[in-house]
Write a protein that binds this ligand. Structure first.
Ligand SMILES: CC(C)(COP(=O)(O)OP(=O)(O)OC[C@H]1O[C@@H](n2cnc3c(N)ncnc32)[C@H](O)[C@@H]1OP(=O)(O)O)[C@@H](O)C(=O)NCCC(=O)NCCS
Length: 168
């Protein structure tokens, strides 16, 4: 069942059966470079990631990273959602798509719906995002979403990052 729907996309909770897709997504060179190595190398690792990451987040906060699917064909293309990290006071928006689906406005469509959901379903008035300083695509997306650069900082587990934020 979808948590969110947009014109072209459905976003739903990630479940252990999504392990084959998650295994591929987390090992994309772009994911490893810009987000990091989650150490997911096989289906068991992927199921463990799903349970300790997104599923644990749904249980603890009510939100988390969702699977993004094209409504046509029910094809999974990536993930997008809200994350509450120990290392940041605010909730941040996160996203990663398979490269075959880049530059078609899908990340903007998914992340716009996630920001609205953060405000309307969870009462969030400020949402942040972290991105590696060289991630031009992510920065362009954040600016289009209305987030503004606030500061460069170093976060445990994330390294040197740029912090963006929007007040809603
Ligand atoms: C970042 C990412 C999600 C962008 O997804 P996308 O679906 O291509 O983004 P959109 O098509 O919605 O583009 C949104 C805007 O950003 C721009 N943009 C996207 N990728 C870009 C790039 N590589 N360079 C410059 N601008 C870019 C688009 O042109 C668009 O702006 P426009 O409407 O003015 O043209 C995708 O590249 C990705 O998954 N990257 C790997 C994972 C990652 O880096 N995640 C973010 C970690 S912080």
């Amino acid at each position: 069942m979808a948590v969110l729907e947009t014109g072209r996309l459905a976003l739903r909770r990630i479940i252990p059966d999504d392990a084959p897709f998650i295994l591929e997504l987390l090992n994309e060179p772009s994911f490893l470079e810009f987000i990091g190595d989650k150490g997911v190398r096989n289906l068991d690792d992927a199921r463990r990631y799903i349970l300790t990451g997104p599923v644990a987040s749904y249980e603890r906060f009510g939100f988390g990273l969702y699977l993004v699917l094209l409504k046509v064909g029910d094809t999974p293309i990536g993930m997008c959602g809200l994350v509450k990290r120990e290392t940041l006071p605010d909730v941040d928006v996160g996203y990663a798509l398979r490269p075959a689906y880049w530059r078609q406005g899908y990340a903007f469509e998914a992340a716009s719906a996630v920001l609205t959901h953060g405000r309307e379903a969870f009462g969030l008035r400020r949402i942040v995002a972290i991105t590696s300083p060289g991630n031009a695509g992510s920065k362009a997306l954040l600016e289009k979403l209305g987030l503004r650069f606030e500061q460069a900082l170093s976060l445990p587990g994330s390294g040197d990052i740029h912090l963006f934020a929007v007040e809603m």
